[in-house]
Ligand binder design. Structure first.
Ligand code: NAD
Length: 256
């Protein structure tokens, strides 16, 4: 197989959580452009993403679910639904995530629990449910988790987010260790500061926005297509020997 062919994802089915907007939408489009059919999961409708995936000539199946509240059984049911509709699953992108900003001294239990539930508990149990399916299918599988700069740094006013994203980096390694023998690769992408809803509050604060921009060696905020390239690479055969690694896509932020 040629190098270029090893990037191709035809005949693959990719689940992307949080596919309605932002990085999840960008990665869904990247994977579809590389040939994959897409299952999007979000708590809102994903009409825009569906239209763009179909324009690329690929199938899109949307499932509406609240990933803060969902149980492990609920995640198993989603996998069963995907298999019934699409026949199989090959790639999982655990992208859906939230951030809550509040001073650590006043940080509420709700802001702790909501972030921990979607950013780490759901990531773990969805990975488990999909890995069981990979093993049942007896096929190779790829799991790509979305980490953060705050998998490496402390952050300001976002303690539950930092805890959750540090945990994402940790379980990415833990699951890669246990599942590599099943031909399942588990890796993560750590986006830098990207222009999406997640950072709207920061970008609206002129002082913070300038402080951040000045510190990014690339001199610009990142875009969904910046993470899509790393996602397609990690989802394909060229990344077969990459296990448990968190790749920064950050315009050089961590190198500074
Ligand atoms: P976003 O807010 O634009 O998108 C988040 C997506 O998750 C949306 O589609 C949203 O509808 C979905 N979602 C939110 N709550 C949900 C719920 N309860 N159930 C189901 N779906 C839900 O943010 P984004 O920047 O695209 O973030 C995507 C991922 O990237 C997140 O895990 C985020 O932490 C991470 N990330 C973002 C940045 C950044 O700078 N934007 C940096 C590092 C990491």
């Amino acid at each position: 197989m040629s190098m270029i062919d090893r990037f191709r994802l035809e005949q693959k089915v990719a689940i992307v959580t949080g596919a309605s907007t932002g990085l999840g939408q960008g990665m869904a489009l990247g994977l579809a452009d590389a040939g994959a059919d897409i299952v999007g999961i979000d708590y809102v409708q994903m009409d825009g993403t569906k239209e763009m995936v179909e324009k690329l000539g690929r199938q899109f199946h949307g499932i509406v679910a609240d990933l803060i509240k969902i149980t492990p059984d609920g995640l198993e049911a989603i996998v069963a639904d995907v298999v019934q509709k699409m026949g199989h699953v090959d790639i999982l992108v655990n992208n859906a995530g939230i951030i809550r900003r509040q001073d650590a001294i006043d940080f509420s239990e709700q802001n702790w629990d909501d972030v921990i539930n979607i950013n780490i508990k759901t990531v773990f149990f969805f990975s488990q449910a999909v890995a069981k399916q990979f093993i049942r299918q007896n096929t190779a599988g790829k799991i790509i988790n979305i980490a953060s700069m705050l998998s490496f740094q402390g952050g300001i006013r976002v303690p539950s987010y930092t805890a959750s994203k540090s945990a994402v980096k940790g379980i990415t390694m833990a699951l890669a260790n246990e599942w590599a023998t099943h031909n399942i690769n588990v890796n993560a992408i750590a986006p830098g500061y990207m222009a999406t809803n997640n950072t709207k509050q920061l970008r609206d604060d002129e002082v913070r926005a300038n402080q951040i921009l000045e510190r990014i060696p690339a001199g610009r905020w990142g875009l969904p297509e910046d993470v899509a390239g790393a996602c397609v690479f990690l989802a394909g055969d060229n990344a077969q020997y990459i296990n448990g690694y968190t790749v920064a896509v950050d315009g050089g932020w961590l190198a500074r």
